[in-house]
Design a protein around this ligand. Structure first.
Ligand SMILES: [Zn+2]
Length: 159
């Protein structure tokens, strides 16, 4: 079983839509490190403005995202191998066609593109300061890919 990207993206957006509004209302705690401390400058009169504008920001490629994106890639890899296993055992692909899945190189490219699109969606959320949605994009993707892989492996062999 393959979960095409459009389903995943629609699911992520549908699941997160109610949170979009509520997240804007949440006031975040002040940053642990003031931006001025990072830049090596002394506190100035506009430091409060800088601190407010960069509140709860983080580098996109921070440690958390590194792990989450690695998790997404691992989930897609699991999906890839579980789908091939499922095809070998005589099952029919539902979300994509059998021809697409049976072209292993092409299918691997689709899995890689799904990972890239997920990272891209996270980046868009990060850019618009929806940092929770940014993280949840990867978390939901990992959950869907992994549960799909478990399901693929647990289906009985067709004789
Ligand atoms: Zn972010």
């Amino acid at each position: 079983m393959r979960l095409p990207l459009c389903f995943a993206v629609v699911f992520i957006f549908a699941a997160s839509a109610p949170n979009l509004r509520s997240q804007e209302l949440i006031t975040s705690p002040p940053p642990l490190i003031k931006p001025n401390a990072l830049m090596g400058t002394t506190a100035s009169s506009d430091s409060a403005t800088v601190a407010a504008s960069s509140r709860d920001e983080h580098r996109f490629w921070d440690r958390k995202n590194d792990w989450l994106f690695a998790g997404v890639a691992a989930g897609r890899t699991l999906d890839y191998f579980s789908t091939l296993n499922f095809r070998r055992r005589g099952h029919q692909e539902v979300f994509l066609t059998n021809d697409i899945v049976d072209n292993h190189a092409g299918f691997a490219v689709i899995e890689a593109a799904s990972t890239g699109a997920s990272v891209g969606a996270s980046y868009i959320f990060h850019h618009y300061r929806h940092h929770k949605l940014e993280r949840w994009t990867s978390i939901v993707h990992i959950g869907l890919a992994t549960s799909g892989a478990v399901r693929n492996y647990s289906l009985k062999t067709v004789h």
